[in-house]
Ligand binder design. Structure first.
Ligand SMILES: Nc1nc2c(ncn2[C@@H]2O[C@H](COP(=O)(O)OP(=O)(O)OP(=O)(O)O)[C@@H](O)[C@H]2O)c(=O)[nH]1
Ligand SMILES: [Mg+2]
Length: 197
């Protein structure tokens, strides 16, 4: 059991996908189930989405603090709910559209967190830190609220570089090769449906 809260954000409009991508089926299961399965070992499990949209056993529905304002606002809701229920600690924060996330991926990130950082992000093949399959500490809540109040909506701003530990892409590939594959369009889903993906 991972000693952190798991939060899946699923309140987006899926405009590029064309229908609710959380319900899109891959290998017989909706994307929402793929992602939540990777975090089913967490002590606290939070689904950040409009309250009536999904019902998933073992997962608590948490409404957005600022509905429709994007994943940075969803992180605010997740950090608030996590702090209220478990005190200060770490939250594994995932987009609903990353069906190849695995428990091993989250364990890899959890191994890297130290007392000196407030976020852990994996680097993708282009050396870009990935903000939507990352660990965030509840101590970032005030920063995130301040950013949102100031009009910021970019998820990558949630933590400063000096507050962030990075996991090399080769390490991600070793434990979970397609973990960072993100489904924005139907074509992105088709890529995953190919053998070996
Ligand atoms: N809770 C919540 N989640 C969001 C919100 N906006 C986006 N997300 C989620 O953030 C993740 C990444 O966002 P996108 O890839 O842009 O997904 P999306 O907004 O549904 O798709 P597009 O409409 O095509 O941009 C997905 O898991 C979305 O469900 C929001 O306002 N609230
Ligand atoms: Mg979007």
């Amino acid at each position: 059991m991972l000693p952190l809260a798991g939060a899946v954000t699923a309140g987006g409009a899926s405009r590029r996908f064309g229908s609710d991508k959380a319900g899109a089926v891959l290998e017989g299961r909706p994307l929402l189930q793929h992602v939540t399965a990777s975090l089913s070992g967490c002590l606290l499990r939070l689904l950040i989405a409009p309250p009536e949209r999904y019902a998933l056993p073992g997962w608590q529905n948490v409404p957005d603090t600022r509905p429709g304002e994007g994943p940075l606002a969803a992180l605010e809701a997740a950090l608030l709910a996590a702090r209220a229920q478990m005190g200060e600690g770490w939250v594994a924060f995932a987009g609903v559209d990353m069906p190849r996330l695995t428990p091993a991926y989250w364990e890899l990130l959890a191994e890297v967190k130290t007392l000196e950082v407030l976020a852990v992000r994996a680097l993708d093949a282009a050396w870009e830190p990935q903000p939507l399959a990352a660990l965030y500490h509840t101590a970032l809540l005030e920063r995130v609220t301040g950013l949102l109040d100031g009009g910021e909506r970019r998820m990558r701003e949630a933590a400063l570089p000096e507050q962030t530990a990075l996991v090399p892409f080769v390490e991600v590939q070793r434990v979970s090769p397609s973990a960072l594959h993100n489904v924005n369009t139907p074509a992105d889903l088709l890529v995953l449906a190919k053998p070996g993906q």
